[in-house]
Design a protein around this ligand. Structure first.
Ligand SMILES: NC(=O)c1ccc[n+]([C@@H]2O[C@H](COP(=O)([O-])OP(=O)(O)OC[C@H]3O[C@@H](n4cnc5c(N)ncnc54)[C@H](O)[C@@H]3O)[C@@H](O)[C@H]2O)c1
Length: 314
């Protein structure tokens, strides 16, 4: 039985990862400041250290005796990065360096959340890991910085790591009331409540929506693949979905006729983004991701079963 630290373990993805680790018999310690995560997301049997991932003394304490660290704590919002550049940088890059630094003493392997935001606008689809990263947000720049520091941690300090570039993750426990939530949880929340949805622009922009179960499988594979070479992998489906098609699919999952309004396009919004999953399928042993419609039905069922903010149904 191994002991794993999950930073950000009270959040959407972290809580699903904790369930998977506990289910296979591992022990879980969580470090979270509960800024967007919920105490109620913490499963029985997990220990919680409440505090800041950029606090070196706390992170050193959290790292004691662990077999590996999953680093997910971040301010996962491009919009907040625009408003509070320095504050988000302190957590999103400073937090990663704090984790890597604490992992040095025991050469603890670290599997961490990067993001498709490192790519920015790319001409070639699907996006492979070989694409030259050109982040268009401070959030994406900090994720790219995290990858660079992980490389240094491996080459200079012998810390094994693996970075996972998540595309648009969705699933139960993603809070549809948060303005920073993904488009799927917002659409599901509104349509399940019989409310209209707003699409920015013509809705033909595409995204790669990846179910949270695939992300958990990638994190577990990433922990096995962690090495001082600090590899990074896409976590995606390879299937582009336009926002218009998504709205139709969510309406079908909710069993309603979609009420779609169009708002002005968002300045600087990326038109097309979907990834190539070949490398992660090969190196992390991932199977094909669950079909979108099936994942959407799970989100709608979860929404209808209880209050999302209370994280009651799992
Ligand atoms: N959800 C997505 O589509 C997506 C896509 C790409 C990358 N990611 C990355 O995956 C990770 C998890 O994202 P999520 O969707 O579960 O978001 P989330 O907001 O649900 O989880 C983040 C967790 O980190 C905690 N946290 C934030 N700041 C902290 C701090 N200073 N100290 C300690 N804990 C702190 C929050 O309380 C929360 O529990 C993040 O690193 C995010 O950037 C997510």
């Amino acid at each position: 039985m191994a002991l794993y630290l999950i930073t950000g373990g009270c959040g959407f993805i972290g809580s699903h990862l904790a369930s998977a680790l506990l289910a296979r018999g591992d022990r879980v310690r969580v470090l979270d400041d509960l800024s967007t995560g919920l105490r109620d997301n913490l499963l029985p049997g997990c220990d919680l250290l409440e505090g800041d991932v950029a606090d070196p003394a706390l992170v050193r304490r959290a790292m004691e005796g662990v077999d590996g660290c999953f680093h997910l704590a971040a301010i996962a919002s491009v919009e907040l990065g625009l408003r509070d550049w320095l504050g988000t940088h302190r957590v999103n890059l400073g937090g990663t360096i704090t984790v890597l630094d604490a992992a040095r003493a025991g050469r603890v392997p670290v599997a961490y959340a990067s993001s498709a935001a490192v790519y920015g606008e790319q001409a070639r689809m699907p996006i492979t890991e070989a694409a030259v990263p050109r982040p268009l947000s401070s959030y994406g720049a900090d994720k790219l910085g995290s990858e660079q520091h992980a490389r240094v941690a491996g080459a200079v300090h012998g810390v094994p790591s693996c970075g996972l570039r998540f595309f648009n993750v969705f699933g139960p426990r993603q809070d549809p009331r948060s303005p920073y939530s993904g488009v799927i949880s917002i659409f599901c929340g509104r349509m399940a409540a019989g409310e209209p949805v707003t699409i920015h622009g013509d809705g033909r922009q595409t995204r790669d929506f990846v179910p949270v179960a695939q992300v958990v499988a990638a994190l577990l594979g990433g922990m096995r693949a962690a090495s001082v070479a600090a590899p990074v992998f896409n976590v995606c489906t390879g299937r582009p979905t336009s926002v218009l098609d998504l709205a139709q699919a969510v309406a079908a999952a909710c069993g309603v006729a979609p009420d779609i309004r169009h708002g002005p396009p968002r300045a600087g919004e990326i038109r097309e983004s979907f990834g190539d999953p070949a490398l992660s399928e090969r190196e992390l042993g991932l199977g094909a991701a669950q079909p979108l419609a099936e994942g959407l039905r799970e989100v709608v069922a979860w929404l209808r079963a209880g209050s999302p903010a209370a994280g009651v149904s799992r």
